[in-house]
Design a binder for this molecule. Sequence first.
Ligand code: SF4
Length: 362
Amino acid sequence: MENLLGKTLPDLQAITANAGWPRFVARQIADWLYGKRVSDIDHMTNLSLKARAYLSQHYTVGRHAPVHEVVSNDGTRKYLFQIENQKSKIENLKSLNYVESVYIPEEDRATLCVSTQIGCKMGCKFCMTGTLGFHGQLSATEILNQIFAIDQLQIANNRLPISNVVLMGEGEPMDNIDQVLRALEIMTASYGPAWSPKRITVSSVGVIPGLKRFLDESDCHLAISLHNPFPEERKEIMPAEKAWSIEKVVELLRQYDFTGQRRVSFEYICWSGVNDTPRHAEALVSLLRGLECRINLIRFHEGEENHKSETLNLKSSDEKRMIAFRDYLTTHGLTTTIRRSRGEDILAACGMLIAKRQEENR
Ligand code: SF4
């Protein structure tokens, strides 16, 4: 059965036209899905019984609760969702039909980190998801479901509702651009939750074809995973550099305006002696010169789960080095902040909980 969640207003209008109903019924269904956020067609009480019966015959809402929750000492909550329609593709790897979402509350806001694929093709060497390989695309339904289901849980438990969404979980959003753009369209549409695009940030290693579409077809913020300004060194940790060099990515970004509402930021995980030297800071300044942007320096998650980092000998930079790196960038005109690390005790870095679950299921 098809899901209604993830349908745009024109999609719903096509359904209602096909059923011979007046046009306004499509808006009513959109309001039940995205305004009142019901999880059952029977709850759409201003539709006639006949209309509800027809919808129930052909469609389901597509809402699912997470199957697992882990809470960190700092309030960060990690959720696992089971992806039903991928079961057949991965039945011999039963732990991989999960995706992760992370709820990160702060004083006056709460951010949800959302996944866009099951696993990932990009193979970044420092990322646990990269080690799990690629196991399927998430539909717009499954992307939106993470937001709606987790928001509902927080509200029911008197916690902060989700105020911001970052597409920085499992997967490379630009490699699933059709479904990502569909989810973004619904989140920001007047018939949907009508969020400002400023509340949503989409992350990418720089998959240029998808990135170009994202820049042209959405107004949401962008975060580029940079991590090293030197192509030869970046290639070592991020194989995507071979296909889409960071220089070409920055060249593309220079064609767009980031001086107004829309923001581009660069994510930079700091590894001791690997990418936190004065040579790297100088090259970063030169790569990004003149581009309106900000840089987020990130401390690397270390721990027993990071077995890959051990083989690559990646260790987080210490505070002193990160501050020196930040100060160099700031004094050379790049707005730079050191991002606080959250939820380390519950393995909040991307893919770690799934990898742990995979080990437990073996
Ligand atoms: S860091 Fe992101 S793009 Fe790279 S492997 Fe992990 S999920 Fe994929």
